[in-house]
Ligand binder design. Structure first.
Ligand code: HEM
Length: 401
């Protein structure tokens, strides 16, 4: 085993960060502080164990499934979350988008909500907020030991109220239908239960994996929505004539969401540990044991890739071949985001059949908000979340109608 050292290597160019993400000589290290909650979770696995888990779960993230979510479930979820706000003429976008995406991400995870009550949903929402904070404790402000203890308490509550009944229902279906369970419940939990023995997955591993999806799917997406709306509303102040175009053309909103993701990747850094001596494509050397910081914010503003205006918001900037407008916001390589197409859609080309175009949940939600007249409230401006050093909005109030 490699001895871990205090040496820190910070990768900041686009090329080094891209290669760092893709190098098998680096293992995940973002969750080392929150390992009690993240041990054996897909994003924290390496090598063969990661490949096996990813191959299984990848099957759930298919284009046709995303299409249905985007056409039906995401609009329904955001409109449901919006319903009371429309009557009041105001909304806070952060909980609004988190709730909408949590509905989707909990369904992907296989977390049942049999009561279907607001109280049940609020409980799940609260548990996920605590799990998110404890799992990414490396970036939390405040007493880290207390945050981790709170995360473990939240996980125990999640297990009792949500996980155990969801497992029981699937085990019953598994006994009656065998692997036909996956047709009835196409979700992470059912997938893991069907393959539990073959992959030797302990019950605690299944619990942590299922608990990971609702918060990772909803928190990053809601944060991206807030940044998309911040840039879009500020753009409209400077270009008031563009309102109709933005309200009516989801492709433009999608470009805005990708540019906002580039400037504000929800995970500003990825952390890795070098398992061996590594030389990156640029010649940069990283010694075995080093702590590697992949500075995604810096990479996404690398002027050699994104041009001299890399720090500015310009959804129509020219890009080199093979580079996406969102830069490395979804990672790349073996841990690249499984929910990328759900959140960000697919960059389309002219002539693509409309029935296959995916705009992504961020653009879908932003389009709906713009069509409902979303605008900043001068008396109540957005504020950042001070519980994390990440640049996430804590509140994003808008007026509607
Ligand atoms: C704007 C929204 C999102 C952003 C920016 C984002 C970003 C990322 C990034 C950067 C990674 C790689 C982490 C690393 O290499 O250390 C990642 C991994 C992952 N994301 Fe996302 N994510 C988003 C939404 C989602 C959604 C909606 C889901 C699922 C419902 C999801 C599920 C995952 C999973 C399962 C992984 C781990 C994949 C693996 O380790 O093989 N993400 N995401």
């Amino acid at each position: 085993m490699t001895t871990e050292t205090d040496t820190e290597v910070r990768l900041t160019s686009y090329e080094d960060c891209r290669d760092g993400y893709r190098h098998q000589g680096f293992r995940q290290a973002l969750y080392d502080d929150g390992v009690v909650l993240m041990s054996d979770v897909i994003v924290n696995l390496h090598g063969d164990a990661h490949r096996a888990r990813r191959r299984l779960e990848n099957r759930l993230f298919r284009r046709d499934v995303f299409l249905r979510w985007e056409r039906e479930l995401v609009p329904a979820a955001i409109l449901d979350a919006l319903s009371s706000s429309l009557a009041e003429g105001r909304a806070d976008l952060v909980p609004l988008a988190r709730r909408a995406m949590m509905t989707i991400a909990a369904a992907i995870a296989g977390v049942d909500r049999p009561e279907g009550t607001d109280e049940e949903f609020d409980d799940l929402y609260g548990v996920m907020t605590r799990l998110s904070r404890a799992s990414t404790v490396v970036h939390a402000t405040g007493d880290k030991e207390a945050i981790k203890a709170d995360g473990l308490a939240a996980l125990a509550h999640f297990e009792r109220r949500f996980f155990a009944p969801s497992v029981a229902r699937r085990r019953d279906l598994l006994a009656r239908h065998g692997s036909g369970l996956l047709e009835i419940c196409p979700d992470v939990l059912a997938t893991l239960l069907v393959n539990q023995e073959r992959l030797e997955l302990g019950p605690e591993t299944v619990l942590r994996e299922v608990a990971y999806f609702p918060w990772v799917g909803s928190h990053s997406t809601s944060n991206a929505l807030a940044h998309t709306m911040a840039h879009t509303l500020s753009w409209l102040e400077d270009h008031p004539g563009d309102r109709h175009r933005l309200e009516s053309d989801p492709e433009v909103v999608q470009r805005f969401s990708h540019e906002a993701l580039r400037l504000h990747p929800p995970s500003p850094v990825a952390l890795r540990r070098a398992l061996t001596d590594v030389t990156l494509g640029s010649g940069r050397e990283v010694p075995a044991g080093a702590h590697v910081v992949i500075d995604v914010v810096a990479a996404n503003r690398d002027p050699s890739i994104f041009g001299p205006s890399a720090d500015a918001f310009d959804p129509w900037r020219p890009l080199p071949e093979g580079v996406n407008l969102w830069g490395l916001a979804f990672g790349t390589g073996f841990h690249s985001c499984l929910g990328q197409e759900l959140a960000g859609g697919v960059a389309s080309s002219p002539g693509d059949p409309a029935s296959e175009v995916l705009r992504g949940s961020i653009a879908t939600m932003a389009s709906i908000l713009l069509r409902h007249g979303a605008r900043l409230d001068p008396a109540d401006p957005p504020t950042l979340d001070h519980q994390t050093v990440r640049k996430h909005f804590g509140r994003f109030p808008v007026l509607l109608g």
